[in-house]
Design a binder for this molecule. Structure first.
Ligand SMILES: [Zn+2]
Length: 232
């Protein structure tokens, strides 16, 4: 025990443990995110309201049972730093811990507690190799721990690279992503309520496409949970 403390102290001298939200040093009892950042996280509480800004993104587009996001994303805020750490700084713990805390909230609602399987939005194999992990899978892992619901990664898959989507119209973007997702082993989720999980929702194109595909499986219902959203 003592030796591990000494080792930890030594490691924090040469490689300080810092908060993924604000960059300040973490206290010994803190892990990944500091207490101050936890306290000030801009929570949406959208999971308590069926009619919320995230579910409205999909109105008239695809039939999502219940949609919500944990946090508000805006330029320069703590949430943006957290998402950046999760996606580009190899900090998968950020996804796991935020997913876990969000899961405790979701579990308290009737609709989310009826979920049978958690399905992360898949990452292209090439990107997966580059990043080393799928950020949506890390969030799903955390959600799974607190909700007690298994993660299913063998049904919704991605098989071709998506071009850069920045200069495309919404219609083209939909076409662009729709052709890259695919289904397999669908019998594993027939008759189930699935929770689709992504890191951030903006236009909703990717989620619309994944949900549309999942809804082709026999007697499936789809709900959505993302860590962050860029809506007001
Ligand atoms: Zn912090």
């Amino acid at each position: 025990m003592k030796i591990s403390y000494i080792k930890e102290d030594f490691l924090s001298l040469i490689w300080p443990r810092i908060c993924a939200g604000c960059g300040n040093s973490l206290f010994k009892h803190e892990n990944v995110i500091c207490a101050r950042c936890w306290m000030n996280l801009p929570r949406t509480n959208f999971h308590l309201l069926a009619d919320n800004p995230v579910s409205r993104i999909f109105w008239g587009r695809v039939n999502i049972e219940m949609a919500s996001s944990f946090l508000f994303f805006s330029k320069g805020n703590t949430v943006q730093h957290l998402m950046h750490c999760l996606k580009y700084k190899n900090n998968k713990e950020v996804g796991i811990i935020l997913g876990k805390v969000y899961g405790y909230e979701l579990k308290k609602t009737e609709i989310y507690s009826s979920v049978d399987k958690i399905i992360p939005v898949p990452l292209h194999p090439k990107k997966l190799k580059l990043r080393g992990y799928n950020q949506s899978e890390m969030i799903s892992k955390g959600l799974s721990e607190s909700m007690g619901i298994p993660v299913e990664t063998e049904v919704l898959i991605k098989n071709t690279a998506t071009d850069s989507q920045t200069h495309k119209t919404r219609f083209n973007r939909w076409e662009n992503v729709s052709e890259v997702f695919a289904l397999q082993n669908t019998e594993k989720v027939e008759n189930q309520h699935l929770l689709l999980v992504d890191d951030v929702v903006t236009t909703g194109a990717t989620i619309e496409s994944c949900t549309g595909l999942l809804l082709t499986i026999k007697n499936v219902r789809v709900s959505l949970a993302t860590l962050a959203c860029a809506v007001k």
